[in-house]
Ligand binder design. Structure first.
Ligand code: NAP
Length: 502
């Protein structure tokens, strides 16, 4: 492959002059305290929140100490009995109201998200809709929690199986989907009758704080949902996890942190759900519809500027179509406007912080040093904000660091394969197993390979798998448990068996 490197449009465009007021109004609408027992409480220290597209401070929020954060679990524990006893229909209606308010306030919530996280507004609107949908789904599930009744095999007794709320939950979310990772946990917790303490990522606390205010308006009683924001996650969350009143830990984030939290949770044998990192293979077979495959790659690679656990990390293309696929994908990636996410039409927003740009730069340099060719982009963008351009690499060798690390940036790393067996072997050669993608028009191959892939989810001729009605989650080091779908509420319910003597 001898094509010359193309450069995508790299200069962030200027900000329209009417935007700052709209932006400051959105930020000013967010409460910034610790939310405990239905009260917004101030803390001794404050945590600055930055706009990754400018590096400027947007606002400051509560920076809780372990002592200050204790109030959130106290409130969740105090509210647990009455919330568990609240009729399912009432819980359902509160969730339905929260869904409606989120839809009505979509523009404000999307702008807040774009400002704190950087993703383009169109994607932020999509995330608000996706996030709200978890509330609608779990409003419907709240009234469908069932159990069982059966005759013991010996016929001398009856087995009654009931589902009960686990109890107060600790919910920890990452910065890359600041709202949806929250509603994916809060929705089923509320539906199941559990109270919670949620800790958003320190980079993006505003979306969850804005959500807490929405929940307040929707009628969530005091203490049922509590929010702790802090720069000292480990110091603040460790005592809460070890507190025997906490009965469930639901975490979304990196595998590294997930493993350490699992060790901690083991001390009280706490229920856990872990949505962890990924290293998704994206397989394109020679019999694929290349238009569909390129669209799929754009979605799986560029969603969230590549900063998704579901991002196509290793794009593997069967040799006969590799050049054609690469050329088409490169053309599409080269067209993507880069800039602040609040600007119309922008697709490539900033990465979350300077460290993320450094990491992507190092991964690309390592791949090139090992023989990969840069077909598009490949150079960090200097200036304010944390920008990295859409990049395409070809001939990426398996030893390149980015084949075993989440790239978390807009870099399509392409390599080739010869046979189906080889493709499956490469795809599965990772400790991760969140999602895999495959593109083929051969039905039998589609099913065969879907089953052979070691992943909790498979995108078969689709570059997006997330859906509130589907069970999201991984195998291997990508996690334990499922969120969304019929399975999502199970994570917040205990099974109680009552043996009934006759
Ligand atoms: P992270 O560094 O693991 O942080 C995730 C959350 O855990 C943040 O709220 C963080 O707070 C908190 N945290 C970190 N160390 C902690 C500790 N010792 N005790 C308690 N809390 C702690 O991950 P991230 O960088 O925010 O997110 C990116 C990662 O999330 C990627 O690996 C991505 O694949 C994964 N992810 C997975 C899914 C999924 O569904 N499987 C979805 C989205 C993202 P601070 O912000 O204060 O550090």
């Amino acid at each position: 492959m001898t094509q010359s490197t193309q450069q995508p449009s790299q200069q962030p465009s200027k900000q329209p002059s009417n935007q700052p007021e709209r932006e400051s109004a959105a930020i000013a609408s967010v409460p910034t305290g610790l939310y405990a027992g239905g009260r917004w409480v101030s803390t001794e220290r404050r945590l600055p929140v930055h706009d990754p597209s400018t590096g400027q401070v947007l606002t400051e929020v509560a920076d809780a100490s372990p002592r200050e954060a204790a109030a959130t679990l106290d409130a969740a524990a105090a509210a647990q009995p009455s919330w568990a006893a609240t009729p399912p229909r009432e819980r359902s209606e509160i969730l339905a109201r929260a869904h409606r308010i989120m839809v009505e306030e979509s523009e404000r919530l999307a702008l807040i998200m774009t400002l704190e996280m950087g993703k383009p507004l169109a994607e932020a609107r999509g995330e608000v809709a996706y996030a709200a949908e978890f509330f609608r789904w779990f409003a419907e599930e709240a009234v469908r929690i069932d159990g069982g009744y059966m005759t013991a095999p010996a016929g001398d007794s009856r087995f009654l199986v009931a589902r009960e709320p686990v109890g107060p939950c600790l919910l920890i979310t990452p910065w890359n989907f600041p709202l949806a990772m929250g509603t994916r946990k809060i929705g089923p917790a509320l539906a199941a009758g559990c109270t919670s303490v949620i800790k958003p990522a320190s980079h993006t606390p505003l979306s969850i704080l804005a959500l807490a205010e929405v929940l307040e308006r929707a009628g969530v009683p005091d203490g049922v949902v509590n929010v702790v924001t802090t720069s000292r996650s480990n110091d603040v969350m460790t005592p809460l996890i070890l507190d025997p009143r906490s009965r469930k830990l639901s975490f979304t984030g990196s595998t590294e942190v997930g493993k350490s939290l699992l060790e901690l949770a083991a001390q009280t044998v706490m229920r856990t759900s872990m949505e962890l990192g990924g290293n998704a293979p994206f397989l394109v077979f020679a019999d694929a519809d290349l238009d569909v495959a390129v669209e799929g790659a754009m979605a799986a690679k560029m969603r969230n500027i590549g900063q998704a656990c579901t991002a196509a990390n290793r794009i593997l293309v069967q040799r006969p179509v590799a050049e054609e696929f690469t050329a088409r994908l490169t053309r599409r990636m080269a067209e993507l406007p880069l800039g602040r996410g609040v600007e119309d039409g922008v697709v490539v927003g900033p990465l979350i912080n300077a460290g993320a740009v450094d990491k992507v730069t190092e991964l690309v340099a390592d791949a090139v040093g090992r023989g990969a060719e840069v077909r598009l982009g490949g150079e960090r963008i200097e200036g304010p904000g944390h920008f990295y351009p859409a990049t395409v690499l070809t001939g990426v060798p398996a030893e390149a660091e980015l084949c075993s690390t989440e790239i978390f940036g807009p870099v399509a790393a392409i390599s080739t394969f010869e046979t189906e067996e080889e493709a499956v072997a490469i795809a599965n050669d990772t400790p991760y197993g969140l999602v895999s993608y495959l593109f083929t028009t051969d039905l039998a191959r589609g099913f065969r390979v879907s089953h052979a892939l070691e992943a909790g989810m498979v995108g078969l001729n689709r570059g997006v798998v997330s859906n509130p009605a589907a069970p999201f989650g991984g195998v291997k080091e990508s996690g334990v448990g499922r969120e969304g779908g019929f399975h999502g509420i199970d994570e917040f319910l205990e099974t109680k068996y009552i043996s009934v003597g006759l």
